[in-house]
Design a protein around this ligand. Structure first.
Ligand code: GTP
Ligand code: MG
Length: 467
């Protein structure tokens, strides 16, 4: 299944469903058909969510390639802010009273947005960064804040306003946690409808994990092992758990490390680790500044690389940060199937319209037909996955459906090596898988499993047809 053609197909077919439902929508319905079509063709919305100080704004800066979001070691972000591609660079501040002000944006979002945070609904930063081509990112105030204004702002932006149909909600979530998610975090994730379809968890502050760089084990290795454990503890919630150091990524990706910094780092090579630990606790301003750039991990392990200059350190920091694995997950799980994720949201909104409408049966007739449309079969696969996640998130069918919905080609969907598979091999594998599904369906013990096998059977049947 060719990814781009498939994606275009889904968007076009769902747009046609919106057109078909439009005449049956109550007049003045919110959202209107136009809003649904805009949402379908708009960029994917990714929200960063996590506790105060989890490193959300720092990671955002790394992803945008610019130190645009203020960060701080004490609670910092108080206004939920969307970062979206746009020029000229500016920030729109939307008040709780609905009024809007717009100011030019230089490199960094000002700490003061011109009104008290309590009077602000949210802000939108328009940034001409090519890294925001594929998606928008929403930075949120941290969970667990003592500040009720911040908590309310996060709930508004992630859950939508109370009267909202959910259309404005983010499509997907990057959930940052620095150890084990606490009860309030997992509760909030379930309130958000987080599942492995729309959520990736990040184990943040990987460079300080465990006892940190002066402990007996490398924190990055410990973080990687912990991330793997977390993945098995959160089978329904997160599609992946990726260890990341936002700080190392931010410094590397925003190009903030200078030759002077590299030289200062290289000059520390004469100290052993005990001396370094003492020096770091001594309040030395220059050392604190360096630690603010590369963390204690970067100071201890970056010294040897620093002899080769700032470019080498930057490269090393990017590599150690784990950001490329984060980007890979964003690409694989979110961007590549962005039309599918948006289409899913539009169909949910249409179902809500149908529920509240006098033309319920006509609207549901149209929606029922989408079930049988081969072009929209990937949506049915996602629904089957949803059902299985509710039934038993540890069931092997969850992994199987997840892999299927993430596969870009027919060969991949059949578990074949893309390069090696010719048409005959694909046909043989599809037939075998198809027959296997029929057998399994006959002995399925729950409605969710039966639906999963039915949907898989159809998937393999469709895979018999050449692209
Ligand atoms: N060592 C280390 N420090 C980090 C990392 N990520 C963020 N920090 C630091 O942790 C502090 C908090 O980071 P922020 O990005 O402001 O955290 P936040 O989640 O946006 O916090 P709130 O906006 O208050 O919710 C800052 O001092 C960052 O420099 C990391 O991966 N490693
Ligand atoms: Mg923040």
């Amino acid at each position: 299944m060719a990814d781009s053609a498939d994606s275009r197909d889904i968007a076009a077919h769902v747009a046609a469903v919106v057109d078909a439902v439009e005449p049956y929508m109550p007049p003045g319905n919110e959202p209107g058909a136009e809003a649904l079509r805009d949402r379908l063709h708009g960029r994917l919305r990714i929200a960063l969510m996590g506790r105060v100080n989890a490193g959300k704004s720092t990671l955002l800066n790394a992803l945008v390639g610019q130190r645009i979001a203020p960060t701080n070691e004490t609670e910092c972000t108080q206004v939920a802010t969307w970062y979206r591609y746009g020029a000229p660079a500016r920030v729109d501040v939307i008040g709780r009273d609905g009024s809007q002000t717009s100011t030019a944006l230089s490199r960094r979002l000002p700490d003061d947005l011109g009104r008290p945070p309590a009077d602000i609904d949210y802000a939108v930063a328009h940034v001409p960064s090519a890294l925001l081509r594929d998606y928008e990112i929403i930075d949120t105030p941290g969970l667990g804040s003592m500040n009720s204004t911040s908590t309310a702002a996060t709930r508004r932006i992630l859950l939508g306003a109370s009267a909202d149909d959910g259309l404005e909600r983010p499509d997907v979530i990057l959930f940052l946690c620095d150890n084990i998610p606490r009860a309030d975090e997992t509760d909030f994730l379930s309130e958000l409808g987080a599942s492995r379809i729309n959520t990736v968890a990040l184990l943040s502050h990987a460079d300080t994990f465990g006892e940190g760089v002066f402990g007996s084990e490398d924190p990055l290795l410990m973080a990687a092992a912990h991330a793997a454990r977390l993945k098995s503890q959160l089978p329904g919630v997160a599609g992946a758990v990726v260890p990341v150091s936002g700080l190392l990524a931010e410094t590397a990706l925003t190009g903030h490390l200078t030759e002077t910094d590299a030289l200062a780092l290289a000059n520390l090579a004469c100290h052993d680790e005990f001396e370094l630990a003492d020096l770091l606790g001594s309040g030395d301003a220059e050392l604190d500044r360096l630690a603010g750039l590369v963390g204690e991990y970067g100071i201890v392990h970056g010294r040897a690389v620093a002899k080769q200059g700032a470019a080498a350190v930057t490269h090393w920091l990017a590599d150690k940060s784990g950001l490329s694995a984060v980007r890979d997950q964003i690409l694989r799980r979110f961007v590549r199937r962005s039309d599918l994720l948006k289409a899913r949201r539009i169909l949910m909104a249409l179902r809500k319209v149908g529920d509240a409408s006098a033309n319920r049966s006509q609207i549901f007739d149209i929606l029922e037909r989408t079930h049988l449309d081969p072009a929209l079969h990937p949506l049915r696969e996602l629904s089957a996955l949803d059902l299985m996640l509710q039934w038993d998130p540890t069931h092997p069918l969850v992994e199987r459906l997840d892999e299927l919905t993430l596969s870009a080609t027919r060969a991949e969907r059949l578990g074949l090596e893309s390069d090696a598979a010719d048409e005959a091999a694909i046909t043989a594998a599809a037939k075998e898988a198809w027959v296997g599904c029929r057998r399994e369906r006959a002995i399925a013990i729950s409605a969710a499993e039966r639906e999963a096998w039915t949907v898989l059977e159809r998937s393999y049947q469709l895979a018999l047809q050449p692209e």
